[in-house]
Design a protein around this ligand. Structure first.
Ligand code: ADP
Ligand code: ASP
Ligand code: MG
Length: 451
């Protein structure tokens, strides 16, 4: 069997859903399970409802419903799908009615935002059935059990294969095409949770591993994983092949084309992942496989791609107590662990540690506890730039070339050498896109051949 995930723009309107139907039709023999995102912009629309003023809320919900109902009528969805949509809209209106504007409740938000995926899957199931594909709508929530953390829930991977096989196995055996939601799950006591923004990719690979898929296809709006985000670097090129590790590095450092956790479930089983363009389904896309380790090729660029991640804060901890002392970093990371804050880039000297964290984490509480270890200074609005390539550590002159390319941009924290495939550094967020463009020009400009 295979898993096919379609992102927001790939289910965004009637034409996109028609293309999806054709793609699925061509794969029926491979026993596909479909994992879908919400229609494009719907997740943001639902999130905006919670803090909105009650009258605005009503108007916004009506608009969101109108978009889904219009699509349902264009697709001539049967009454059952429409009834489900309307019942959900009534339940949302009722739950939000008692909600004062300005207040945000994380549990309510997860429950609310999950409707984007619940609705898109209803519409696509109906469209497939209209086209004669035997599709079945599946609520993923009892299958994708998660911990209780709101908006970034952690899936229970140990129990997933049993639950997924029990639900999807019989449907596939009957020759049906299951259509289910990405991004959402539920706790053991049935509370709806979400896996973090962009989490449908992660759902797809979790299910792919649990169902021992032959392949996971990620259908999106670009030709594959590219040498840089094409929205910033229009001349970026598609990587035909890459490895799970390379793709993981790129997505961890901001390549939005894949959720950062996407490759993890596939690594152990060596399942291939293919990133494809649903607007041009005949193009080859990017194939992500295990163990792909291109050798540096004479005359080819040593760099494979450049990505960047804004929304980052640099924390500097200065502590003369670090001098000659042991166990300092152990205590320091203990504090990060207690607050559940992940560190991306790290550099340390004798009395200083500089590291980067996501700006939307619980930084106030974290800093309060860090004060006991040293003097803490925060530098907000930063971006991480990641250069991913082949044996970067062993490539003579690479660092010189790289930093020469961004010489006019102030570089604040550098981490090189920790991994042979990547060099990361930090700049002010407003200079991030320009740094990516300059690096891309340097390593993929005229005369450079992509590796
Ligand atoms: P979907 O809704 O299909 O999940 P996303 O918007 O989450 O799509 O991801 C696709 C987008 O990722 C592309 O439109 C592109 O702008 C962006 N992107 C960022 N970095 C890269 C990259 N290195 N290669 C390809 N796309 C990238
Ligand atoms: N709809 C969710 C989001 O916009 C999940 C996804 O698209 O992967 O973040
Ligand atoms: Mg996405």
């Amino acid at each position: 069997m295979i898993v096919c995930k379609f992102g927001g723009t790939s289910v965004g309107d009637a034409a996109a859903i028609q293309r999806l139907v054709e793609i699925v039709n061509a794969r029926q023999g491979e026993r596909p399970v479909l994992v879908l995102s919400a229609l494009s912009r719907v997740t943001n629309g639902l999130l905006a409802l919670v803090p909105a003023h009650p009258t605005e809320r009503k108007a916004q919900l009506t608009m969101l419903m109108a978009r889904h109902e219009d699509l349902a009528s264009t697709l001539t969805a049967p009454g059952e799908a429409l009834e489900a949509l309307r019942a959900d809209a009534a339940a949302i209106a009722e739950r939000l009615a008692g909600w004062a504007d300005g207040s945000v409740d994380a549990e309510l938000q997860d429950w609310l935002v999950a409707h984007g995926e619940l609705w898109s899957t209803r519409l696509v199931t109906a469209a497939l059935e209209r086209a004669g594909v035997p599709a079945t709508w599946v609520d993923i929530r009892p299958v994708m059990r998660t911990g209780g953390q709101c908006s970034r829930a952690v899936p229970d991977q140990a129990g997933l294969p049993g639950r997924a096989q029990a639900v999807f196995g019989p449907l596939l055996d009957e020759g049906r095409v299951p259509v289910t939601q990405g991004f959402i799950g539920s706790t053991v006591d049935g509370r709806t949770t979400t896996l973090g923004r962009g989490g449908s990719d992660y759902t797809a690979t979790l299910l792919g591993a649990a169902l021992e898929a032959e392949r996971v296809e990620i259908w999106t709006d670009v030709d594959g994983i590219m040498t840089a985000d094409p929205r910033i670097v229009p001349e970026a090129r598609v990587l035909r092949t890459t490895s799970h590790l390379e793709a993981a590095e790129l997505s961890a450092f901001g390549a939005k084309v894949l959720h950062p956790a996407t490759q993890a479930p596939l690594l152990e089983r060596g399942i291939t992942c293919v990133v494809l363009n649903s607007f041009a389904p005949d193009r080859p896309g990017t194939t992500i496989v295990s163990g792909f380790r291109p050798e540096p090729v004479m005359g080819c660029s040593p760099v494979r791609a450049v990505s960047w991640k804004p929304g980052v804060t640099v924390l500097n901890i200065r502590s003369p107590r670090m001098l000659g002392a042991s166990g300092f970093l152990y205590r320091l990371f203990g504090v990060f662990h207690e607050h559940g804050v992940a560190v991306d880039v790290l550099a340390s000297s004798e009395v200083n540690v500089s590291l980067t964290v996501d700006a939307d984490g619980p930084l106030e509480a974290l800093c309060r506890d860090l004060e006991s270890l040293g003097e803490v200074t925060l530098y907000p609005n930063r971006a991480i730039i990641a250069v991913v390539g082949v044996d970067l550590r062993g490539t003579r002159g690479l660092a010189g070339r790289l930093f020469q390319a961004v010489r006019e941009i102030n570089i604040e924290v550098i981490s090189q050498g920790a991994s042979e495939i990547n060099v990361t550094f930090v700049v002010k967020a407003e200079e991030g896109a320009e740094a990516v463009r300059r690096l891309h020009r340097e390593f993929f400009g005229p005369g450079e051949v992509a590796a």
